[in-house]
Design a protein around this ligand. Structure first.
Ligand code: UTP
Length: 290
């Protein structure tokens, strides 16, 4: 079955990036000249997604504005012959059919995804975490969607991380099928001890889920941090029917974390035509003094 729907949870409080995120959603933080969430929407679209539901919260209206048409700005840029700038904004509202829904209370990622039930209906769907930007030649979303097509089970996008990091993320029980594809039979959110950890592979930002996840979410109790965790619901799926894990090939940037934001800006800045030369020079000068 072709996967055409995606859900982007973007209702978190972004407390790790305060004060920047006091009034500005972290999903709107720029990587050079484009907000993080636009990279995420573009990735979904390049993987064949046509319909996107973005889950927002109070104070995140600016995300809706970004994916709306800005006629006045377009006219001003057109009159001033600012073609490059005009080209960079005029098609954003056409990227996909984008809808919005609010998560009234910030009760966790699982709770946010449960708000997508009506939008999703009976179809499998892609979830892109709103603060995880993944850049690479092959869209991570496409690698996951292809694995869904091959194996017919829910898919998680994984990467190996450090023992320190895994305590903040999730740990997967996996067994290699071939190359970068694994079978996943269990998982745990935010394991704190070595005994609790299955492996150093964690879910990073992309999953494909069957619609059955909504019934599971309905009875998923609050877990780590008192939040309804998507990992706890996927754990049930992994234990009962199994999931497929794909070690995606792109580089993932955590835009909910100060260092991740800097790394994304440096890497993209080093390839962006307007900044590459200047930034390279600057980094060389700086490195000589470090
Ligand atoms: P995070 O746990 O990284 O987001 O969730 P957070 O709660 O904003 O993080 P802190 O406050 O810095 O610790 C991953 C994704 O899930 C969304 C977030 O917006 C982020 O894109 N999310 C999280 C929701 O949509 N709703 C929630 O209740 C929690």
């Amino acid at each position: 079955m072709k996967i055409t729907k995606a859900v982007i949870p973007a209702a978190g409080l972004g407390t790790r990036v305060l004060p920047a995120t006091k009034a500005m959603p972290k999903e709107m933080l720029p990587i050079v000249d484009k907000p993080a969430i636009q990279y995420i929407v573009e990735e979904a679209v390049s993987a064949g997604i046509t319909d996107i539901l973005i889950i927002t919260n109070r104070g995140k209206g600016v995300i809706e504005d970004h994916f709306d048409r800005s006629q006045e700005l377009e006219e001003t840029l057109e009159k001033a012959n600012k073609t490059l700038q005009l080209d960079s904004i005029k098609d954003i509202h056409k990227l996909a059919n984008i809808q919005f829904i609010r998560q009234i209370e910030t009760k966790g990622l699982g709770h946010a995804v449960s708000k997508a039930r009506t939008f999703v209906g009976d179809d499998p769907f892609l979830v892109l975490y709103g603060d995880d930007v993944i850049l690479g030649d092959i869209p991570a979303s496409k690698e996951l969607i292809d694995a869904y097509g091959t194996f017919g089970k829910g898919v998680i996008g994984i990467k190996p991380v450090s023992e320190e990091a895994i305590k903040k993320y999730s740990s997967m029980k996996i067994e290699k099928i071939k190359d970068n594809i694994y079978k996943c039979t269990d998982m745990v959110e935010k394991p704190q001890t070595k005994e609790e950890m299955f492996s150093l592979y964690s879910i990073l930002g992309r999953v494909v889920l069957p619609p059955e996840i909504f019934d599971i979410l309905d009875h998923t109790a609050p877990g780590a941090g008192g939040e309804i965790q998507l990992t706890d619901a996927m754990k049930e799926l992994a234990q009962n029917v199994g999931m497929t894990a794909v070690e995606f090939s792109g580089t993932r940037y955590d835009m909910g974390n100060k260092l991740g934001i800097l790394q994304a800006n440096i890497d993209v800045g080093l390839t962006h035509p307007e900044t590459a030369d200047g930034l390279k020079e600057y980094i060389k000068e700086l490195a000589a003094k470090l």
